[in-house]
Design a protein around this ligand. Sequence first.
Ligand code: ZN
Ligand code: ZN
Length: 832
Amino acid sequence: MVLLNCYSLHVTANPPPAVISNTKPIKATAAVDISGDLKVVSANQSLRNAIAIKPSSYGPFLQACAKEKFLEGGLQVHAHIVKRGFQSDQFLLTNLLNLYMRCGSLESACKVFDIGPTRTNLVSWNSIITMYCQYGLVEEALLKFLELQQYGFLPDQFTFSVAIRAVECRKELFLGSQLHSLSIKLGYQEEEFVGNSLIQMYDACGRINDSICVFEKISKTRNPVTWNLMITRLVEREFHGYALQLYEQMRGFEVGPTAPTFSILLKSSTNSESISLGRQIHSQVIIHGFSTNMILETALVDMYVKCGELEKGRLVFDRMNQRSVITWNSIIRGYCQMGCREESWKLYRAMRREEIAPDKYTFPALLSGISREDYSSEELKIIHAHIIRTGLETDPFVGVSLITMYSAKENFADAKLVFHDADHRDIAMWSSMISACANCDVGEEALQLFIDMLHLDVEPNKFIYSNLFVVCGDLCMLDIGRQIHAHSFKSNTASDAAMKNSLLTMYSNCGCIEEAWSVFNSTEDLNVISFNSMIAALAQHGSAQKAVELFRHMKHIGLSPDGITLVNVLSAFNHAGLVHEGLELFNSMEENEGIEPVYQHYACIVDMLARSGEINKAITIISNMPFKPDSSLWRILLGACSKHRDIDTGRQIAEMLLEMEPRESTNYILYANIYARLGRWVEAEKVRGLMEERGIEKEVAISWIEVNRTRHTFGVEDHSHPLSEDIYKNLRKLIREIKVVGYVPDVSFTTHNMEEREESLYYHCEKLAFAFGDLATAPGITLRVMKNLRVCGDCHCAYKHFSLITGREIILRDRHRFHHFIDGVCSCGDYW
Ligand code: ZN
Ligand code: ZN
């Protein structure tokens, strides 16, 4: 225990109180250095006796405690005062009131004020009103404003100023204008304090014109503070032109602009990205002799950088005699955002040579706009090492950019380490970590983080919800997605348009097109992105007609489609096999929509033609398009050749692909399938043999299904599930039943030898997932199964029969689209 009863105060600014000089040498038992100014020492008994002479002796102690915001000390002095019976002394009460106000102890301040004697001075009234305002207790503040008049006081300019600020917090325009009238009545209309408060109050209530009126009324007493205040408010409301006019007027009033004036105006040009305004201000800064003011020079650098004139910014930067870390951060961020990473690192090193320590904004600046291609993994390690050396790695702000950096490189493990090592995790950090999970395809980790943050009472923001919806959609975790959706209602983010788009896509990705529609219909400000999301959802679900209707509706209400809209509409035609309509749109898009086809549009058309069997037409489009085809486009053609049994073209494309991408397993599999589809097993085996020889592993097929909010994953012929035995038993029973209603296994989809061929088909992952879902849920419940690759033809056929014999609706999402199976029929019409 450091503090006891007595205090030896050394207040350097004021002479020490007389009582202290009377004391004998103080034997300190312990001391606490609160600041250079004040030392509180627990001392011996003789001082305790010496100190309590008269009320005024306590004054300097209270003032010193107030100055240092030393509440504990103040409370003990107060206890002394009470003990000595001085508790009604007006001088001490005023000092105590001041002390509690400075220390932010509202309760104690109110107690002191309520004793009474302090009410005989207006300064105390003003203090208590100010305090209520600081605590947001606006009603209490205004009540005190009325009460003081009952005590025979008239509010002065300070009282008005505080009361008006209270009204500003509540945006109570009516009350504000009443106070305004009263202030005029009492003759304070030209008072600068009252005027400044009125300007801010009217602006906060959305009445900038009234602020301007007040400003004009106080023309005589306007000082630079008032001018700057008015200009700031205009800039914030984006009345940049008017702000500039005021600046011109200001010079007419012979009030010299101050450095803050230029600071505000530079902010104005930065925010409005108005380089011409920025240049004007720059010349004014020079004319008024502020050209060596470091803060203004920094603002100039920032303005040029943010307005896209990096070279100009650099010129100002190079001419500066002195630069702060803020200046360096601005120029570094400028180079990074222009993609000049090398130059930004050069600048960083130069900054270190000048012995300027980086702050928490430096590394985020260096890493701003980072993309996958920017740094090698070794370079990232070096950057991280730099950050560790500066001791900033545990700062959440730096942490966010480190996580984003690792996430951009899909290095989830290191992103997670940064997150775990952080001293303190703010909402931005949670948000970036959850986004990293979505980006690195580890959605389940994102769900776990969400649970963790709820346990810690961290309120999720709209970015977190958006990312969680993306994750639930990707994983097809419908039940959990619905729960998170319900949770988002509790926050006030539910109306955010971007979040609604992710929600819409989540429902669509979980196969719930109706729910996607209702999200779309409940979106208040539908924009192009909302339409794009909904059209994409309809396309994936094969509802071409509705997609086109929505496309027309969007144009009807005056929204111009963009390139993505057209890709989505083309893909809707593609999924529905509407080749003619697709070609028509493609051929007229430039003329009708003013959108030049880009690679994605060509890819859509090539896919559409190839799938409908028009392989030669597709090849013609490829050879005439103004882009170089990539391997995935050729793979689409190869798949089509397999489906349409065009072995010659297929072989040519396959050989080309094997040369382009000898390590890509899909090329071999598609190639082998061409032969398998025709029953040419020897050749098929040869291609597979080649793949094996080259040590290429094929992408493992997995299917999963969500039951009771848990994801159950199955591989091909997978026995790892705890209920494996029952699942296989159920599957064999189902197969027997569907064979009765006409299912014939299609052995061309197997890779095994003849004897095992048929049997192996039964244990494809999507069949296992269905068999489990059928076992684990009540009859008639809709099942939603996901597959990471395209569904195989045999499983597609089996699913149709499953839906028939079980009476269940089955929604199967594969890598390309959705299949809704009802009563033995699939929504894709077997066109996929
Ligand atoms: Zn299959
Ligand atoms: Zn289908």
